[in-house]
Design a protein around this ligand. Structure first.
Ligand code: ATP
Ligand code: MG
Ligand code: FE
Length: 344
């Protein structure tokens, strides 16, 4: 079986064809980095318009790459949230039209479920239940991934997401947009001990995250720049963020049930320092460590197609109704207790 996956929740327009045996038959991504760079961040209306202009030809090209037509596809899966609502609607409406025209099932995918299951696309041996650190532009959570559609949130951020902290640090250092990869690159030339930065919530009982105070400290470090370079600030920031991530994830691990592996996913999972730190943490607990290849960490349609495939292959599969709505917010664990100040 083959699923067509569509992603348009932020600033990547993407389509992919994913087969049951985990082969990605074709995939295309049109990044809007150039479109949003002058604004220093994603402008929702401009993103929605760019998705609308690019998506249909991108899907056609992806099908052509694989030498397929819609008739060869078994289901159409698209991100239905959470994300920038205009962009999500562009992708979801296209998926509805394609599903209706070809009489194939529609699968409305939670973008976070796409990230959460992406490691299973890359690694067939990764079995449920696993402990997931989801670190992206909008989220920073630790979840028990108990099975398809079964998520228990153990920790979340009380203010900024980790990717957001990387992006804001990049902005403060004038590295432009998008920021994460630029901060990582600059940090390689810096000394992480040069700038003293706080580690918010380090050692606290609850496993939650906080990065707002770290970002403010980076701002002060830049404004009152002393005997250190921007590279030193980047390295010190990345080290402080890593220390927080490791300490908080370690705490969440203590609260988790028996897990098959420690897994990281989402855009920040592309960061080599974060990957290396988590690998050590997993080894401490005698757990395998799984991180998807870099291209599967940041937004892509293969992970959306794969989440759709997992749904399609499940014994109780039911297609989503063609009038299903796009959702700007859509928590993976709707039962998670609210945390003060936290987003979903
Ligand atoms: P969400 O998935 O929460 O809706 P999103 O889709 O915008 O948010 P992703 O595409 O998953 O987020 O990840 C993008 C984020 O990852 C950005 O904040 C970006 O700076 C960060 N990021 C990407 N590569 C790296 C890297 N090498 N190091 C650190 N951060 C990175
Ligand atoms: Mg992006
Ligand atoms: Fe994402």
């Amino acid at each position: 079986r083959v699923v067509l996956g569509i992603e348009s929740s932020c600033d990547e327009t993407a389509a992919a064809l994913v087969r049951e045996d985990r082969t990605v038959l074709a995939q295309r991504i049109a990044s809007q980095d150039e479109v949003h760079r002058p604004y220093g961040g994603v402008v929702p209306e401009i993103a929605a318009r760019a998705h609308a202009e690019r998506l249909a030809p991108l899907i056609a090209a992806t099908l052509a790459d694989a030498g397929m037509t819609l008739a060869d596809v078994d289901a159409v899966a698209a991100t239905a949230g959470p994300g920038l609502i205009g962009g999500v609607m562009v992708g979801l409406v296209s998926a509805k039209a394609l599903a209706m025209a070809s009489d194939k099932p529609l699968i409305a995918v939670n973008h976070l479920e796409g990230h959460a299951l992406s490691p299973r696309l890359a690694d067939a041996s990764l079995a449920y239940p696993y402990l997931l650190l989801l670190v992206s532009g909008g989220h920073c959570q630790v979840l028990e991934v108990q099975g398809l559609g079964r998520y228990r949130r153990l920790a979340t951020t009380i203010d900024d997401a980790l990717g957001e902290a990387f992006d804001k640090t990049a902005k403060i250092l004038g590295l432009g947009y998008p920021g994460g990869p630029a901060v990582e690159k600059l940090a390689r030339d810096g000394d992480a001990k040069k700038v003293r930065l706080p580690r918010p919530l380090l050692g606290s009982e609850e496993p939650h995250f906080s990065f707002a105070g770290l970002k403010s400290a980076v701002m002060r470090a830049k404004q009152n720049q002393g005997d250190y370079s921007d590279a030193d600030i980047a390295a010190s920031f990345q080290q402080a963020a890593l220390d927080c991530v490791i300490d908080r994830t370690r705490r969440a691990m203590a609260a988790a049930g028996d897990m098959t592996a420690l897994v990281v996913a989402g855009g920040v999972a592309a960061n080599q320092a974060i990957r290396a730190g988590l690998e050590k943490l997993a080894a401490e607990h005698d757990l395998p460590f799984v991180a998807p290849p870099l291209a599967l960490c940041t937004d892509n349609a293969a992970m959306i197609g794969w989440a759709g495939m997992e749904r399609l292959m499940s014994h109780d599969f039911a297609p989503d109704p063609l009038d299903i709505a796009a959702r700007p917010r859509w928590p993976l664990d709707p039962d998670a207790a609210p945390v003060r100040g936290a987003g979903v």
